[in-house]
Design a protein around this ligand. Structure first.
Ligand SMILES: [Zn+2]
Length: 141
């Protein structure tokens, strides 16, 4: 079965899959990167320890970045969440791999140069243009 999605819808689905696999995955979150990071740290700090221990990692972009514009790429901030020198979540490489896998499953290309201080980029064909993706028959659209 082939369904037609916009790249934005494909991205929404990738984020949903990342949430299902234990990631804190937020779109258009807060006004800028530093507010978004601070909010996620604060939320994790308030979680009960057993929930905190299950965090696979965090991936997010803020409203500034959410406006993809002519560059046709979206920078995703990602990584484990650190609170009081304790790290919650996996390492950068593992989280980046999970992000690129979730995006690839929705027909979206990503790039990361392996530097933990750099974002994972989602490379759009057009500014959120339609993409045709294949999903296994029986899967929800
Ligand atoms: Zn801000």
């Amino acid at each position: 079965m082939t369904i037609l999605l916009t790249e934005k819808e494909a991205l929404d689905r990738a984020f949903k899959a990342l949430r299902r696999s234990g990631h804190i995955a937020r779109q258009n979150h807060c006004c800028c990167g530093s507010c978004s990071c601070a909010k996620i740290s604060a939320d994790v700090e308030r979680m009960p320890p057993e929930r905190r221990a299950k965090i696979a990692g965090a991936v997010h972009y803020d409203r500034q970045r959410g406006d993809v514009g002519p560059l046709r790429k979206l920078d995703l901030m990602f990584g484990p969440v650190e609170i009081d020198d304790v790290q919650y979540g996996k390492g950068h490489a593992e989280i980046a791999a999970a992000i690129s896998e979730a995006c690839a499953a929705e027909g979206l290309a990503t790039f990361w140069d392996g530097d933990p201080s750099r974002c994972v980029e989602v490379l759009f064909q057009g500014a959120y243009s339609p993409v045709r993706i294949r999903v296994p028959s029986g899967a929800e659209a």
